[in-house]
Design a protein around this ligand. Structure first.
Ligand code: LLP
Length: 413
Protein backbone atom coordinates (compact mmCIF):
# COMPACT_ATOMS: atom_id res chain seq x y z
CA UNK A 1 0.00 0.00 0.00
CA UNK A 2 1.42 3.38 -1.00
CA UNK A 3 -0.42 5.46 1.61
CA UNK A 4 -3.06 4.38 4.12
CA UNK A 5 -4.29 7.89 4.80
CA UNK A 6 -4.89 8.52 1.09
CA UNK A 7 -6.36 5.12 0.43
CA UNK A 8 -9.04 5.43 3.12
CA UNK A 9 -9.33 9.22 2.76
CA UNK A 10 -8.53 9.41 6.46
CA UNK A 11 -8.88 13.19 6.81
CA UNK A 12 -12.14 13.11 4.84
CA UNK A 13 -11.35 16.18 2.76
CA UNK A 14 -9.61 18.15 5.50
CA UNK A 15 -6.10 19.49 4.97
CA UNK A 16 -3.85 18.04 7.71
CA UNK A 17 -1.80 21.27 7.75
CA UNK A 18 -4.94 23.19 8.58
CA UNK A 19 -5.82 20.70 11.30
CA UNK A 20 -2.48 21.19 13.02
CA UNK A 21 -2.64 24.96 12.54
CA UNK A 22 -5.87 24.84 14.52
CA UNK A 23 -5.04 22.16 17.12
CA UNK A 24 -1.24 22.08 17.24
CA UNK A 25 1.11 19.10 17.31
CA UNK A 26 1.37 16.41 18.45
CA UNK A 27 -2.29 15.58 17.96
CA UNK A 28 -4.31 12.38 17.80
CA UNK A 29 -6.74 12.53 14.87
CA UNK A 30 -9.67 10.08 14.84
CA UNK A 31 -11.91 9.02 11.98
CA UNK A 32 -15.51 8.47 13.10
CA UNK A 33 -16.43 6.24 10.18
CA UNK A 34 -13.63 3.74 10.82
CA UNK A 35 -14.34 3.67 14.57
CA UNK A 36 -18.05 3.05 14.14
CA UNK A 37 -17.52 0.41 11.46
CA UNK A 38 -15.22 -1.55 13.73
CA UNK A 39 -17.57 -1.32 16.69
CA UNK A 40 -20.36 -2.53 14.45
CA UNK A 41 -18.25 -5.45 13.19
CA UNK A 42 -17.50 -6.73 16.68
CA UNK A 43 -21.18 -6.60 17.59
CA UNK A 44 -21.77 -9.31 14.95
CA UNK A 45 -19.01 -11.84 15.73
CA UNK A 46 -21.65 -14.30 16.95
CA UNK A 47 -25.11 -14.05 15.40
CA UNK A 48 -26.69 -17.46 15.99
CA UNK A 49 -26.75 -17.21 19.79
CA UNK A 50 -27.32 -14.41 22.30
CA UNK A 51 -24.12 -12.38 22.23
CA UNK A 52 -22.68 -9.04 23.34
CA UNK A 53 -19.37 -7.43 22.49
CA UNK A 54 -17.83 -5.69 25.48
CA UNK A 55 -15.58 -2.92 24.18
CA UNK A 56 -12.51 -3.05 26.43
CA UNK A 57 -12.19 0.60 27.29
CA UNK A 58 -8.58 0.51 28.45
CA UNK A 59 -7.66 0.78 24.77
CA UNK A 60 -9.21 4.24 24.59
CA UNK A 61 -11.40 5.93 27.18
CA UNK A 62 -12.14 9.18 25.40
CA UNK A 63 -15.74 9.84 26.37
CA UNK A 64 -16.79 10.67 22.81
CA UNK A 65 -15.49 7.29 21.69
CA UNK A 66 -17.31 5.57 24.57
CA UNK A 67 -20.51 7.27 23.43
CA UNK A 68 -19.96 5.83 19.94
CA UNK A 69 -19.56 2.36 21.46
CA UNK A 70 -22.86 2.89 23.29
CA UNK A 71 -24.60 4.02 20.12
CA UNK A 72 -23.20 1.05 18.18
CA UNK A 73 -24.74 -1.30 20.73
CA UNK A 74 -21.58 -2.43 22.49
CA UNK A 75 -21.36 -3.14 26.20
CA UNK A 76 -18.05 -2.46 27.91
CA UNK A 77 -15.55 -3.98 30.24
CA UNK A 78 -13.78 -1.89 32.84
CA UNK A 79 -10.59 -2.61 34.73
CA UNK A 80 -10.83 0.10 37.39
CA UNK A 81 -13.28 2.37 39.17
CA UNK A 82 -11.92 5.20 37.02
CA UNK A 83 -12.97 3.34 33.88
CA UNK A 84 -16.41 2.67 35.38
CA UNK A 85 -16.77 6.38 36.07
CA UNK A 86 -15.88 7.20 32.47
CA UNK A 87 -18.57 4.77 31.34
CA UNK A 88 -21.13 6.29 33.70
CA UNK A 89 -20.32 9.71 32.27
CA UNK A 90 -20.75 8.38 28.73
CA UNK A 91 -24.24 7.13 29.63
CA UNK A 92 -23.76 3.37 30.08
CA UNK A 93 -26.21 1.76 32.48
CA UNK A 94 -24.65 -0.51 35.09
CA UNK A 95 -25.98 -3.69 33.53
CA UNK A 96 -23.89 -2.92 30.44
CA UNK A 97 -20.62 -2.72 32.38
CA UNK A 98 -18.52 -5.76 33.24
CA UNK A 99 -15.88 -5.10 35.92
CA UNK A 100 -12.82 -7.28 35.30
CA UNK A 101 -10.30 -6.01 37.84
CA UNK A 102 -7.03 -7.39 39.11
CA UNK A 103 -5.77 -7.05 42.70
CA UNK A 104 -8.24 -4.40 43.87
CA UNK A 105 -9.19 -3.10 47.31
CA UNK A 106 -12.45 -3.79 49.13
CA UNK A 107 -13.47 -0.19 48.41
CA UNK A 108 -13.13 -0.75 44.68
CA UNK A 109 -15.12 -3.97 44.88
CA UNK A 110 -17.79 -2.22 46.92
CA UNK A 111 -18.08 0.52 44.33
CA UNK A 112 -19.21 -2.12 41.84
CA UNK A 113 -21.25 -4.20 44.31
CA UNK A 114 -23.22 -1.13 45.46
CA UNK A 115 -24.20 -0.46 41.85
CA UNK A 116 -24.99 -4.05 40.92
CA UNK A 117 -22.18 -4.13 38.36
CA UNK A 118 -21.15 -7.68 37.48
CA UNK A 119 -17.65 -8.40 38.78
CA UNK A 120 -15.25 -11.05 37.61
CA UNK A 121 -12.63 -12.04 40.18
CA UNK A 122 -9.34 -13.47 39.04
CA UNK A 123 -7.97 -15.03 42.22
CA UNK A 124 -9.28 -17.08 45.12
CA UNK A 125 -8.28 -14.26 47.47
CA UNK A 126 -10.49 -11.79 45.59
CA UNK A 127 -13.31 -14.33 45.46
CA UNK A 128 -13.14 -14.53 49.23
CA UNK A 129 -13.10 -10.73 49.50
CA UNK A 130 -16.27 -10.47 47.40
CA UNK A 131 -17.82 -13.31 49.39
CA UNK A 132 -17.36 -11.32 52.61
CA UNK A 133 -18.66 -8.09 51.08
CA UNK A 134 -21.56 -9.53 49.12
CA UNK A 135 -22.61 -12.84 50.66
CA UNK A 136 -25.30 -14.47 48.53
CA UNK A 137 -24.53 -12.35 45.46
CA UNK A 138 -23.78 -13.20 41.86
CA UNK A 139 -20.22 -13.36 40.61
CA UNK A 140 -18.09 -14.27 37.59
CA UNK A 141 -14.63 -15.85 37.66
CA UNK A 142 -11.75 -15.34 35.28
CA UNK A 143 -10.24 -18.65 34.25
CA UNK A 144 -6.67 -19.00 33.09
CA UNK A 145 -7.20 -21.33 30.15
CA UNK A 146 -3.57 -22.41 30.01
CA UNK A 147 -3.05 -21.08 26.45
CA UNK A 148 -1.76 -17.57 25.81
CA UNK A 149 -1.12 -15.46 22.71
CA UNK A 150 0.02 -11.94 21.95
CA UNK A 151 2.47 -9.63 20.23
CA UNK A 152 5.04 -9.80 23.04
CA UNK A 153 5.52 -11.39 26.48
CA UNK A 154 4.18 -8.29 28.21
CA UNK A 155 0.69 -8.68 26.74
CA UNK A 156 0.19 -12.45 27.03
CA UNK A 157 -2.35 -12.88 29.81
CA UNK A 158 -2.87 -16.62 30.03
CA UNK A 159 -0.69 -19.71 30.20
CA UNK A 160 1.91 -20.68 32.75
CA UNK A 161 3.63 -17.33 33.20
CA UNK A 162 1.02 -14.73 34.01
CA UNK A 163 -0.46 -13.03 37.06
CA UNK A 164 -3.99 -13.32 35.63
CA UNK A 165 -6.81 -15.77 36.18
CA UNK A 166 -7.62 -18.81 38.27
CA UNK A 167 -6.05 -22.04 37.07
CA UNK A 168 -8.12 -25.07 36.24
CA UNK A 169 -6.60 -27.05 39.10
CA UNK A 170 -8.06 -24.51 41.57
CA UNK A 171 -11.64 -24.89 40.37
CA UNK A 172 -12.69 -27.28 43.16
CA UNK A 173 -11.39 -24.87 45.77
CA UNK A 174 -13.11 -22.02 43.94
CA UNK A 175 -16.46 -23.80 43.98
CA UNK A 176 -16.05 -24.62 47.69
CA UNK A 177 -15.26 -20.98 48.48
CA UNK A 178 -18.23 -19.75 46.46
CA UNK A 179 -20.38 -22.23 48.33
CA UNK A 180 -19.08 -21.04 51.71
CA UNK A 181 -20.22 -17.47 50.96
CA UNK A 182 -23.31 -18.58 49.07
CA UNK A 183 -21.98 -16.83 45.96
CA UNK A 184 -23.60 -17.87 42.71
CA UNK A 185 -21.09 -18.21 39.87
CA UNK A 186 -23.07 -16.99 36.87
CA UNK A 187 -20.27 -16.22 34.44
CA UNK A 188 -16.82 -17.30 33.41
CA UNK A 189 -14.41 -15.28 31.33
CA UNK A 190 -10.91 -15.42 29.95
CA UNK A 191 -8.52 -13.27 27.95
CA UNK A 192 -5.58 -15.03 26.37
CA UNK A 193 -3.65 -11.94 25.36
CA UNK A 194 -3.49 -9.07 22.97
CA UNK A 195 -2.95 -9.08 19.22
CA UNK A 196 -3.14 -12.29 17.31
CA UNK A 197 -3.66 -12.29 13.53
CA UNK A 198 -4.51 -15.97 13.17
CA UNK A 199 -7.66 -17.35 14.84
CA UNK A 200 -6.25 -20.73 15.97
CA UNK A 201 -5.06 -19.85 19.49
CA UNK A 202 -8.35 -18.06 20.18
CA UNK A 203 -10.46 -20.94 18.89
CA UNK A 204 -8.40 -23.40 20.95
CA UNK A 205 -8.93 -21.25 24.03
CA UNK A 206 -12.67 -21.00 23.33
CA UNK A 207 -12.97 -24.79 23.07
CA UNK A 208 -10.99 -25.17 26.24
CA UNK A 209 -13.12 -22.66 28.16
CA UNK A 210 -16.29 -24.35 26.98
CA UNK A 211 -14.97 -27.70 28.18
CA UNK A 212 -14.32 -26.08 31.58
CA UNK A 213 -17.76 -24.42 31.48
CA UNK A 214 -19.41 -27.82 31.68
CA UNK A 215 -18.26 -27.98 35.32
CA UNK A 216 -20.43 -24.96 36.20
CA UNK A 217 -24.14 -25.49 36.57
CA UNK A 218 -25.86 -22.18 36.09
CA UNK A 219 -23.83 -20.04 33.75
CA UNK A 220 -25.68 -17.00 32.45
CA UNK A 221 -22.72 -15.94 30.31
CA UNK A 222 -19.38 -17.10 28.95
CA UNK A 223 -16.89 -14.45 27.86
CA UNK A 224 -14.08 -15.41 25.48
CA UNK A 225 -12.02 -12.22 25.88
CA UNK A 226 -10.47 -9.96 23.24
CA UNK A 227 -7.13 -9.75 21.50
CA UNK A 228 -8.15 -9.62 17.81
CA UNK A 229 -5.26 -8.08 15.92
CA UNK A 230 -5.01 -5.31 13.37
CA UNK A 231 -2.40 -5.06 10.59
CA UNK A 232 0.26 -2.71 11.93
CA UNK A 233 2.41 -3.50 8.85
CA UNK A 234 -0.25 -2.42 6.36
CA UNK A 235 2.16 -0.38 4.20
CA UNK A 236 4.01 -3.65 3.58
CA UNK A 237 0.79 -5.36 2.56
CA UNK A 238 -0.28 -7.01 5.82
CA UNK A 239 -3.95 -8.03 5.61
CA UNK A 240 -6.79 -7.41 8.05
CA UNK A 241 -7.68 -10.00 10.69
CA UNK A 242 -10.35 -12.16 9.09
CA UNK A 243 -13.28 -11.68 11.45
CA UNK A 244 -15.76 -13.43 9.12
CA UNK A 245 -13.55 -16.53 9.15
CA UNK A 246 -13.36 -16.43 12.96
CA UNK A 247 -17.16 -16.16 13.19
CA UNK A 248 -17.66 -19.06 10.82
CA UNK A 249 -15.25 -21.26 12.73
CA UNK A 250 -16.73 -20.33 16.10
CA UNK A 251 -20.24 -21.41 15.23
CA UNK A 252 -19.82 -25.22 15.20
CA UNK A 253 -17.85 -25.03 18.45
CA UNK A 254 -20.74 -23.15 20.06
CA UNK A 255 -23.30 -25.54 18.55
CA UNK A 256 -21.57 -28.48 20.14
CA UNK A 257 -21.36 -26.75 23.50
CA UNK A 258 -25.00 -25.62 23.58
CA UNK A 259 -26.07 -29.16 22.88
CA UNK A 260 -23.88 -30.62 25.61
CA UNK A 261 -24.78 -27.92 28.18
CA UNK A 262 -28.50 -28.15 27.53
CA UNK A 263 -29.04 -24.38 27.74
CA UNK A 264 -27.78 -21.31 25.96
CA UNK A 265 -25.86 -18.76 27.97
CA UNK A 266 -25.03 -15.33 26.53
CA UNK A 267 -21.66 -15.39 24.81
CA UNK A 268 -19.37 -12.38 25.10
CA UNK A 269 -16.10 -11.05 23.75
CA UNK A 270 -13.88 -8.19 24.91
CA UNK A 271 -12.26 -6.45 21.94
CA UNK A 272 -10.24 -3.32 22.63
CA UNK A 273 -7.60 -2.73 19.97
CA UNK A 274 -9.71 -4.01 17.09
CA UNK A 275 -12.37 -1.35 17.73
CA UNK A 276 -10.15 1.70 17.89
CA UNK A 277 -6.56 1.17 16.69
CA UNK A 278 -7.02 1.86 12.99
CA UNK A 279 -9.41 4.74 13.65
CA UNK A 280 -6.59 7.09 14.64
CA UNK A 281 -3.36 8.56 13.36
CA UNK A 282 -0.93 10.68 15.32
CA UNK A 283 0.45 13.81 13.70
CA UNK A 284 3.69 15.44 14.84
CA UNK A 285 6.07 18.00 13.44
CA UNK A 286 9.55 17.14 12.22
CA UNK A 287 11.70 19.60 14.16
CA UNK A 288 15.16 18.44 13.14
CA UNK A 289 16.95 16.02 10.87
CA UNK A 290 20.47 14.93 11.70
CA UNK A 291 23.07 12.24 11.15
CA UNK A 292 24.84 10.50 14.03
CA UNK A 293 27.62 8.07 13.10
CA UNK A 294 26.03 7.44 9.75
CA UNK A 295 22.45 7.02 11.01
CA UNK A 296 19.74 9.45 9.99
CA UNK A 297 17.50 10.67 12.82
CA UNK A 298 14.25 12.44 12.11
CA UNK A 299 13.39 14.27 15.33
CA UNK A 300 9.71 14.97 15.97
CA UNK A 301 7.58 16.35 18.79
CA UNK A 302 6.01 12.90 19.29
CA UNK A 303 7.76 11.78 22.45
CA UNK A 304 7.37 8.45 24.22
CA UNK A 305 5.07 10.30 26.61
CA UNK A 306 2.60 10.71 23.71
CA UNK A 307 2.92 7.18 22.28
CA UNK A 308 4.78 4.71 24.49
CA UNK A 309 4.12 1.48 22.55
CA UNK A 310 7.29 1.53 20.42
CA UNK A 311 9.61 2.10 23.40
CA UNK A 312 7.66 -0.16 25.75
CA UNK A 313 7.02 -3.18 23.53
CA UNK A 314 9.16 -2.50 20.47
CA UNK A 315 5.83 -2.10 18.68
CA UNK A 316 5.69 -1.23 15.03
CA UNK A 317 3.65 1.72 13.79
CA UNK A 318 3.82 2.53 10.09
CA UNK A 319 5.03 6.06 9.34
CA UNK A 320 4.02 8.37 6.52
CA UNK A 321 5.49 11.84 6.00
CA UNK A 322 3.44 14.78 4.76
CA UNK A 323 4.80 17.90 3.09
CA UNK A 324 2.39 20.81 2.57
CA UNK A 325 -0.44 18.44 3.46
CA UNK A 326 0.52 15.82 0.81
CA UNK A 327 1.94 12.36 1.49
CA UNK A 328 5.55 11.94 0.40
CA UNK A 329 5.64 9.08 -2.12
CA UNK A 330 7.33 5.87 -1.05
CA UNK A 331 10.14 6.16 -3.52
CA UNK A 332 13.76 7.27 -3.24
CA UNK A 333 13.70 6.09 0.36
CA UNK A 334 16.54 5.96 2.87
CA UNK A 335 17.21 4.27 6.17
CA UNK A 336 15.73 6.50 8.85
CA UNK A 337 15.12 6.41 12.59
CA UNK A 338 12.18 8.50 13.72
CA UNK A 339 12.40 9.74 17.31
CA UNK A 340 10.71 12.02 19.82
CA UNK A 341 11.72 14.91 22.08
CA UNK A 342 12.12 13.08 25.40
CA UNK A 343 15.36 12.78 27.34
CA UNK A 344 15.75 9.01 26.89
CA UNK A 345 17.74 7.04 24.32
CA UNK A 346 14.76 4.69 24.04
CA UNK A 347 12.53 7.52 22.84
CA UNK A 348 12.34 6.02 19.35
CA UNK A 349 9.18 5.66 17.25
CA UNK A 350 10.56 3.76 14.27
CA UNK A 351 14.08 2.35 14.03
CA UNK A 352 16.11 1.89 10.82
CA UNK A 353 13.12 2.05 8.49
CA UNK A 354 13.19 2.63 4.76
CA UNK A 355 11.25 5.89 4.58
CA UNK A 356 10.86 8.82 2.18
CA UNK A 357 13.38 11.65 2.75
CA UNK A 358 11.85 13.86 5.42
CA UNK A 359 13.02 17.36 6.22
CA UNK A 360 12.35 19.89 8.97
CA UNK A 361 8.81 21.26 8.76
CA UNK A 362 7.25 18.06 7.40
CA UNK A 363 4.56 16.26 9.36
CA UNK A 364 5.18 12.74 10.64
CA UNK A 365 2.00 10.68 10.60
CA UNK A 366 2.02 7.51 12.70
CA UNK A 367 -0.67 5.03 11.78
CA UNK A 368 -2.92 2.85 13.94
CA UNK A 369 -2.54 4.84 17.13
CA UNK A 370 -6.12 4.70 18.41
CA UNK A 371 -5.56 1.81 20.83
CA UNK A 372 -3.25 2.16 23.82
CA UNK A 373 -2.05 5.48 22.42
CA UNK A 374 -3.60 8.35 24.35
CA UNK A 375 -4.76 5.98 27.10
CA UNK A 376 -1.12 5.14 27.92
CA UNK A 377 0.23 8.67 27.48
CA UNK A 378 1.90 10.56 30.30
CA UNK A 379 3.35 13.94 31.13
CA UNK A 380 6.92 12.64 31.38
CA UNK A 381 9.48 15.44 31.01
CA UNK A 382 6.60 17.76 32.01
CA UNK A 383 5.16 17.67 28.54
CA UNK A 384 1.41 18.33 28.51
CA UNK A 385 -0.64 15.60 26.84
CA UNK A 386 -1.80 16.28 23.27
CA UNK A 387 -5.25 17.15 21.95
CA UNK A 388 -7.61 14.63 20.37
CA UNK A 389 -9.60 15.62 17.30
CA UNK A 390 -12.40 13.75 15.54
CA UNK A 391 -13.09 13.83 11.81
CA UNK A 392 -16.83 13.21 11.70
CA UNK A 393 -18.62 11.16 9.06
CA UNK A 394 -19.86 14.34 7.37
CA UNK A 395 -16.31 15.70 7.15
CA UNK A 396 -16.71 18.22 9.96
CA UNK A 397 -14.01 18.42 12.62
CA UNK A 398 -14.53 18.36 16.35
CA UNK A 399 -12.00 18.64 19.17
CA UNK A 400 -12.81 15.78 21.56
CA UNK A 401 -10.16 16.58 24.14
CA UNK A 402 -8.22 19.77 24.48
CA UNK A 403 -4.45 19.86 24.72
CA UNK A 404 -3.23 20.03 28.31
CA UNK A 405 -1.63 23.28 29.38
CA UNK A 406 1.34 24.02 31.60
CA UNK A 407 -1.19 25.25 34.18
CA UNK A 408 -2.75 21.76 34.12
CA UNK A 409 0.62 20.33 35.07
CA UNK A 410 0.73 22.55 38.14
CA UNK A 411 -2.85 22.15 39.27
CA UNK A 412 -2.34 19.54 42.01
CA UNK A 413 0.60 21.23 43.72
N1 LLP B 1 -9.99 -8.10 28.22
C1 LLP B 1 -9.03 -8.11 29.14
C2 LLP B 1 -9.28 -8.78 30.41
C3 LLP B 1 -7.80 -7.49 28.89
O1 LLP B 1 -6.85 -7.51 29.80
C4 LLP B 1 -7.59 -6.83 27.64
C5 LLP B 1 -6.32 -6.16 27.36
C6 LLP B 1 -8.64 -6.84 26.71
C7 LLP B 1 -9.83 -7.49 27.03
C8 LLP B 1 -8.55 -6.16 25.37
O2 LLP B 1 -7.53 -6.68 24.58
P1 LLP B 1 -7.37 -6.21 23.06
O3 LLP B 1 -8.60 -6.65 22.31
O4 LLP B 1 -7.23 -4.73 23.07
O5 LLP B 1 -6.13 -6.88 22.61
N2 LLP B 1 -1.00 -1.98 26.01
C9 LLP B 1 -0.82 -3.15 25.16
C10 LLP B 1 -2.03 -4.05 25.20
C11 LLP B 1 -2.39 -4.47 26.60
C12 LLP B 1 -3.68 -5.21 26.66
C13 LLP B 1 -4.13 -5.40 28.07
N3 LLP B 1 -5.35 -6.11 28.18
C14 LLP B 1 -0.51 -2.68 23.76
O6 LLP B 1 -0.42 -1.47 23.53
O7 LLP B 1 -0.32 -3.50 22.85
Amino acid sequence: MESFINEVNFFNGNDPEELVREYGTPVYIYNEDILRNRMETVSRIITKYPYTANYSVKANTNIHILKMALEEGNNCDAMSVGEIKMLEAAGFSYDRIFFVPNNVTDDELLYAIDRNIMISVDSLAQLKAVGKLNRGGKIAVRINPGVGAGHCDKVITAGKRTKFGISEEDIDEMLALANRYNLKIVGINQHIGSLFMEPEPYLAAVSNLLRIALQFEDLEFIDFGGGYGIPYHKLDGEKEFDMADLSARLEPILDEFVQAYGRTPVFKSEPGRYCVAEGSVLLGRVNSVKHNSGSKYVGTDIGMNVLVRPSMYNSWHDVEFLRDGKTLPREDMEETTVCGNICESGDLLAVNRQLPKAKRGDLACLLDTGAYGYSMSSTYNSRPRPAEVLICRDGSVKQIRRRETYEDLLQYM
